[in-house]
Design a protein around this ligand. Structure first.
Ligand SMILES: C[S@@+](CC[C@H](N)C(=O)[O-])C[C@H]1O[C@@H](n2cnc3c(N)ncnc32)[C@H](O)[C@@H]1O
Length: 239
């Protein structure tokens, strides 16, 4: 996952409005009167969200499992402390004012016991606020699950074939990229990803279990109240 694909990820996020999402998060931080001096970003990827939160005056640490994503990120942000780790066994020594994770990284944790243990670890190391988003069951089951999508963007033609497994509550994405080469041929890159469908109540319960008692959930796309068509839910958990 996120190996060869890492190099085209940046290009394919052309339709993701990171600036809008960062404003929703900053708005929540402002409401809480929090100006973090230390930040931990989980599933930092190629650093697309990072640029809205990083500045040289703070301690910034980023974690990701993909070496390729981290390599791209380190070129953009050479002074960030990057660490290749699986969030399922997260180990950090420091404490952070603000811990966050965006673009459904949490849905990639397929074992709910591992997610529970991740929340425990975050609670231990988070001093002020933990903010993250998840793809909702509505998005993963009704919108994406068992669906096919075909896109073309610049020199990349790609298809998504999705499969929802009800018993396991998992969605598999089979993505085929055809990337135009210099000799006008197309190179095929295959990517398979799996996301877990978590209900918002399940996540809220796990957060409570780990000691987060002050939890707010909003629609990440609008920054407003959740609706039954919310695709990305944003959790704001204060200490
Ligand atoms: C959809 S990308 C989001 C990247 C970035 N947060 C963004 O907003 O563009 C999901 C990221 O989570 C990382 N990831 C998935 N499972 C992981 C795990 N178990 N441990 C650490 N990172 C993981 C992937 O490598 C990928 O970089």
């Amino acid at each position: 996952m996120y190996k060869e694909f890492a190099y085209i990820y940046d290009k394919l996020t052309f339709d993701i409005d990171y600036e809008k999402y960062s404003k929703v998060i900053k708005n929540e931080l402002n409401k809480l009167n929090i100006s973090p001096r230390s930040i931990l970003e989980l599933g930092i990827g190629s650093g697309n969200m990072t640029k809205y939160f990083y500045n040289t005056g703070i301690y910034y640490k980023g974690i990701d499992l993909s070496e390729e994503m981290l390599e791209i990120c380190s070129k953009k942000f050479p002074s960030i402390d990057l660490s290749k780790q699986d969030l399922c066994n997260l180990k950090v020594d420091e404490n952070f004012d603000f811990v966050f994770s965006t673009l459904d990284t949490i849905n990639y944790i397929l074992d709910s016991r591992k997610l529970q243990s991740l929340f425990y670890t975050i609670k231990e190391h988070c001093k002020e606020v933990f903010i993250f988003d998840v793809n909702t069951p509505y998005k993963l089951i009704d919108f994406m699950g068992n669906n096919h999508f075909v896109y073309e963007y610049e020199d990349i033609f790609y298809t998504w074939v999705n499969q929802y497994y009800e018993k396991e509550n998992l969605v598999d994405f089979y993505i085929d990229f055809f990337v135009k080469t210099e000799d006008n041929l197309y190179r095929r890159i295959r990517e398979r990803q799996t996301e877990k469908v978590y209900t918002l109540d399940t996540i809220r319960f796990m957060l409570y279990n780990s000691g987060f008692t002050n939890i707010k959930i909003i629609d990440f796309d609008t920054g407003k109240l959740l609706t039954d068509k919310t695709q990305r839910a944003l959790f704001i958990c204060t200490i």
